[in-house]
Design a protein around this ligand. Structure first.
Ligand code: ADP
Ligand code: TYD
Length: 220
């Protein structure tokens, strides 16, 4: 609990197609209907500069960037997102809901090779230095998630083309991260009708929001 004027920072994490974007949007609608001021955003992206980096990193062949270069690109995008969108909104007392944040880099890049998780964490400490107050980890059978993700047509196929085996490892990785950051993470069963998932999330968010606001100094 901090002083007035501090907002709350909520992230959604999970494998592709787990329903994060759908649930982030529904939570934003619910909280707005309850009179809260909400900024709904996403990563990579969420600010004009970060959206440019999004195009660089998500389009093209899957071997276009090394894992190390990806860590730099995703962190650069996150830094811009933090400076231009997240921090100003939190300072104005708003609720920020982001579709993915640093946990995605911890997993997608951090799990690519021995030692990379430490690289992700070091760069995060140096350049980002903040965590959400609450993270919903939407859990889902990877086969269902992949089918859902592939049913959306688009050019951002670099990651989805990694396939189901990677998705299965990532699912376990997100569950492990939820344990590592048990204070802020809540695992949600995403393999249910949209409305049932949304009702759980809304109830949990409203309980947490009543308890805490985002506590953060100026950061790195
Ligand atoms: P993500 O952001 O995690 O990739 P999306 O929210 O974009 O996932 O959902 C992926 C696809 O699955 C979309 O077409 C969406 O309409 C659909 N979808 C989302 N949640 C559910 C659900 N609970 N049941 C069935 N389909 C869903
Ligand atoms: P996203 O737009 O959330 O895709 P989806 O809605 O299909 O889940 O994210 C695009 C991809 O970017 C996704 O495959 C995960 C990947 N990603 C990383 O690898 N590292 C990161 O730090 C972030 C934020 C995303």
């Amino acid at each position: 609990m901090t002083g007035a004027g501090r907002g709350s920072f909520i992230s959604f994490e999970g494998i592709d197609g787990s329903g994060k974007s759908t649930q982030a949007r529904l939570l934003a609608e619910t909280l707005r209907a309850a009179g809260r001021d909400v900024v709904l955003t996403r990563e990579p992206g969420g600010s004009p500069g970060a959206e440019e980096i999004r195009r660089l990193v998500l389009e093209g062949h899957k071997d276009r960037w090394s894992a190390e270069t990806e860590i730099l690109l995703f962190t650069a995008a996150r830094r811009d997102h933090l400076e231009k969108t997240i921090r100003p909104a939190l300072a104005a007392g708003k609720i920020v809901i982001t579709d993915r944040f640093a946990d995605s880099t911890r997993l997608y890049q951090g799990a690519r090779a021995e030692g990379l998780r430490e690289t992700v964490d070091s760069l995060h400490a140096l350049m980002i230095g903040t965590e959400p107050d609450l993270t919903f980890v939407v859990d889902m059978d990877p086969a269902i998630g992949l089918a859902r993700a592939l049913s959306r047509k688009g050019t951002e196929e670099r990651f989805e083309s990694f396939g189901e085996e990677l998705q299965a490892r990532m699912r376990q990785g997100f569950l492990d991260l939820a344990k590592e950051y048990a204070g802020r993470c809540v695992v949600i069963d995403g393999a249910r009708p949209v409305e049932a998932v949304a009702a759980d999330i809304a109830a949990l968010a409203q309980t947490r929001l009543a308890q805490n606001h985002h506590a953060e100094g100026p950061g790195p």
